[in-house]
Design a protein around this ligand. Structure first.
Ligand code: PLP
Length: 396
């Protein structure tokens, strides 16, 4: 007999979400996640992906993935520590270390499970973690899993971080203390104040952990936020994802050799979950080779980001304080924001509304993510739809 308690729980909660307009319906794409996507037979200009450099559909990556699949098979066949480590995985880790300017790197199946595995491999109930209040969900969950005391500090507030670091250190309660931050914050596009974070970390003996999911391939000539600030040898953990700018799937930690060796014996997704597919590993290697060879894609990404930002600003929209190509368009009230996104959709622009609780109440926004693969014509078309909808809803 299926559980009645479960059935009631699901029914009540799904209904409640639908009533509040918070139930998310997922639109499957009928093809690749490129600058133009197709949904239900209709094309849309896509401003919602994290495929920053357009590499998800790059022919060179597709070719590398096919070649590796022919050579190694479609699946790795085991976890990394048994016999799921293929030379494709080793090559990927060597390339990642080169890309990040570190001694070594370890690859995971996703950025999310990288944070699940890496934090709890080092931190435990005798420790404390200072965590920016806007850190990504996978960091929050990774911290919880470690059972360390989590101390949140106000977003990018260095006085608050310093104060809380000092308090934690002086309390004598903790064996190790770590500070964790996103490199680039995904909802506002602002950059973490890493030079100050490093100074505070050095003053209070903190372990430093930077999740650069949105900075890699975007800042620091591609190498990310840590390199952007010239701090490659002063951050203990550099986390990245292979699913955003790199365009494939996977996650990694780059750092000292000993750290990577330890993660290989202690991080649970590495030990107990099957390895990345060899095709994915090979496609990632190709992506990193492309980034190491040329800054062309980054340049195009930034040009497109600046173009979209300027266009929206000139139309009279509030685009916040982004320091990266992430381009929020802040609408404000939640229902109006949802409505705005629906109107964009009706006119062929796919740009999702982000509202409370993902961002604070009253700061509902459309999060626009132009990529290197967008053409000027696509961005102009998107801007003209923005103008039409903005005027119709009396926002501009
Ligand atoms: C997207 C994201 C992740 C998760 O990465 P996946 O590879 O998609 O699992 C982790 N951390 C941050 C900061 C992210 O933005």
């Amino acid at each position: 007999m299926p559980s009645r308690i479960l059935a009631n729980f699901l029914n009540e909660n799904l209904e409640a979400l639908k009533k509040q307009g918070l139930y998310n319906v997922i639109d499957p794409l009928e093809g690749a996640n490129g600058p133009v996507i197709q949904i239900a037979g209709k094309p849309f200009i896509n401003l919602s992906s994290n495929n920053y450099l357009g590499l998800a559909t790059d022919k060179r990556l597709i070719e590398a993935s096919i070649e590796a699949t022919k050579k190694y098979g479609v699946g790795a066949g085991a976890v990394r520590t048994i016999n799921g480590t293929q030379t494709a995985h080793v090559e990927l880790e060597e390339k990642l270390a080169e890309f990040k300017h570190t001694e070594a790197a370890i690859a995971f199946q996703s950025g999310f499970n990288c944070n699940m595995g890496a934090i709890s491999a080092v931190m435990d109930q005798h420790d404390a973690i200072l965590s920016d209040e806007l850190n990504h969900a996978s960091i929050i969950d990774g911290c919880r899993l470690s059972r360390a005391k989590v101390i949140r500090y106000n977003h990018s507030d260095m006085a608050d971080l310093r104060h809380k670091a000092q308090e934690a250190k002086a309390s004598g309660l903790y064996q190790k203390i770590m500070v964790i931050t996103d490199g680039v914050f995904s909802m506002d596009g602002d950059i973490a104040k890493l030079p100050e974070i490093v100074k505070i970390a050095e003053a209070f003996d903190l372990i430093t952990y930077v999740d650069d999911a949105h900075g890699s391939g975007v800042l620091g000539e591609g190498a990310g936020t840590v390199k952007h600030f010239g701090l490659s040898d002063r951050i203990d953990f550099q986390i990245g994802t292979l699913s955003k700018a790199i365009g494939v799937v996977g996650g990694y930690v780059a750092g000292k050799r000993d750290l990577v060796d330890w993660l290989k014996v202690r991080s649970r997704p590495f030990l107990f979950s099957t390895s990345l597919t060899p095709g994915s590993a090979a496609a990632c290697v190709k992506a990193i080779e492309i980034l190491l060879e040329s800054n062309e894609l980054q340049k195009r990404l930034w040009e497109n980001g600046d173009y979209l930002k300027n266009g929206l600003k000139q139309l009279g929209f509030n685009i916040g304080q982004s320091e990266t190509p992430i381009t929020p368009c802040i609408i404000g009230e939640e229902v109006l924001t949802q409505n705005f996104s629906k109107q964009l959709y009706a006119d062929g622009v796919y740009a999702k509304a982000i509202v409370f609780p993902t961002v604070p109440k009253g700061t509902g926004r459309i999060r626009n993510m132009p990529t290197a693969a967008h053409t000027r014509e696509m961005l102009d078309e998107a801007l003209s739809v923005y103008e039409k909808v903005g005027k119709a809803l009396k926002i501009i």
